[in-house]
Design a protein around this ligand. Sequence first.
Ligand SMILES: C[S@@+](CC[C@H](N)C(=O)[O-])C[C@H]1O[C@@H](n2cnc3c(N)ncnc32)[C@H](O)[C@@H]1O
Length: 195
Amino acid sequence: MNQYFDNNENLESNIVENKVKVLDTDFYMYTDNGVFNKKGLDFGTRVLLENIDIENKYSFLDVGCGCGPIGFYILLNKPDSVVDMIDVNNRAIKLTKMGLKKNHISAEVFNSDAYSNVEGKYDCIITNPPIHVGKNKVYEIIRGAKDHLNANGELWIVIRKDQGAKSLINDNSDLYNFEVVNKVKGFWIIKGCLK
Ligand SMILES: C[S@@+](CC[C@H](N)C(=O)[O-])C[C@H]1O[C@@H](n2cnc3c(N)ncnc32)[C@H](O)[C@@H]1O
């Protein structure tokens, strides 16, 4: 079975234009077969965006951007910010680029397996991590953020309690001071600051 993080060029395409509203921010997001957001905005992502503090931050990295909702929300709320968006799914990257155009915003969008193609450092790294890829990859994303955060940078994560929120905190507390910013219907919004 193909998973949303696979690249399957043969999968039939059925692109849908979704109108999304998060708090006061309206944007468009294109979804398709073979990508995470096939059914529109994920509830966990919504909760993350409703809770994230993007004030006093200028550069952002959206890790596992999918169809782009996190980066879109940031750019629409902070038009002067610089946002990079990465994913391993080429179809997701294409949909993110379409969404950027439609929303009249711009970002660098590129294929990167975790941070393999990322060179810069950021004030904020945000992820709704690809749990289904497995714990090793999720931890690579969490731990690798350390090398791509500016001093005082923040790592923001949404993860369900039953998908390992507590162990994620325990297992990575050697690198970050974590704060659980909110818990909504089993989704934990976690902020990590470098130790
Ligand atoms: C849970 S989805 C989140 C998508 C989007 N950020 C959102 O909130 O709707 C996780 C994303 O991570 C991507 N992904 C999977 N493995 C990855 C990897 N090794 N490096 C970067 N992204 C990856 C998937 O393709 C998927 O788009």
